[in-house]
Design a protein around this ligand. Sequence first.
Ligand code: HAM
Length: 427
Amino acid sequence: MALLTQAPKGTQDLLPRQAAGWQKVEAVLRAQAELRGFGELRTPVFEHTELFQRSVGETTDVVQKEMYTFTDKGGRSVTLRPEGTAGAVRALLEHAAYNEGLPQKYYYFTSCYRYEKPQAGRLREFHQFGVELFGPGEPAADAQVILMGGAIFRALGVKGLSLHLNSIGCPACRAEYHKALHAYFSARAAELCETCRGRLERNPMRILDCKNPDCGRIAAGAPRMTDYLCADCRTHFERVQEYLRAAGMEFTVDPSLVRGLDYYTRTVFEFISTDLGAQSTVLGGGRYDGLVEEMGGKQTPALGFAMGLERLMMVLQAQGVALPGPRPSDVYLACADEEAKACAVRLAEMLCAHGVAADYDACGRSLKAQMKYAGKSGARAVIVLGGDELRTGVVQVKDMATGGQQPAELGAPLDEAKVAALAERLR
Ligand code: HAM
């Protein structure tokens, strides 16, 4: 029976009392994205498996260990998206959106799926808010995207996040770096985990973000990409830092930051919180100048980031940022009898049509219990409907905060203009 009453491991429900806070946060994120000219992108929850293999990368943990991949009834291999960037690139290419002119600026809210070992802040189904920019290759765009991340946290009232920044170069300078890494890790191959031994030949950089503690210890002494950057990549990285400094954005250059996905080039960054445990990265992103071409499009510089919404909500909670609960009723219609109930059913709909949140009892509660419920539910006002009210068409509107009562004429039968006047008072 537990299977019937327990969500699958690594997933979670949001009840209305939590979802209201999420909605508030989502509204801030949406507004911040739209302020900067991003439009919403919605892509399917599953894509062809090959899309993620090619973009996220065959040697990443995500592709090697974490994807929810299955064969559909038509014999195709499909995968629940582990992240949002690959689908955004696929959509850009499928709709030839670059023909509308560059830059193309997308934001998205997506559920993502990774078969990871669940722990605080690490789920198998989680949610991301992300942005992707296609077209801008200049370091000013890197600064813009990073500053946007900072502005979002400020707008939400989140404090104390630190920005970690690195450059992982371009394919040209990375080739040299791979040689150096290969030499370093080959000498220590026996101490690496089996997956990393496999990565040694194909993509030694992936060893740098292996979650195995032994690999992590060895990786700590590995050569650093920043020592291998070519002149163009170095200049790009320096300019990004200059722009950030000029904008007053504090950051730490962190040569150990390589990110877990293969498509990145040049700038990579993460916003890290001390309010989370081991899963401390709230937002991660970077440039991926080669991906559009790799997927069959024209060479198009691109960059973006994604933040984990569960982790963001954990930080907000840890920092005591107040978030709203579900909207209480503006007015609760308490009914003395069946005839009054008929009136309440109609009146509630008329009030809702005017944007007033109106509710009534349909659980068969006594009038006393209805009043108690109204108080507990946080309704702002209560109207009791009984024989007198139905006969005279005049009701008493009780303000639940002050306890004061004011009459309101609704007509008998209910009069549209009079109900509209009451709605105006209640809104
Ligand atoms: P990512 O670093 O894999 O990057 O994920 C971004 C964020 O999603 C993380 O910083 C974290 O907050 C959240 N996240 C990742 N995995 C989990 C998990 N298992 N449970 C809960 N939260 C998680 C990307 O996905 C890139 N697509 C970001 C990007 C966009 N880069 C360029 N554009």
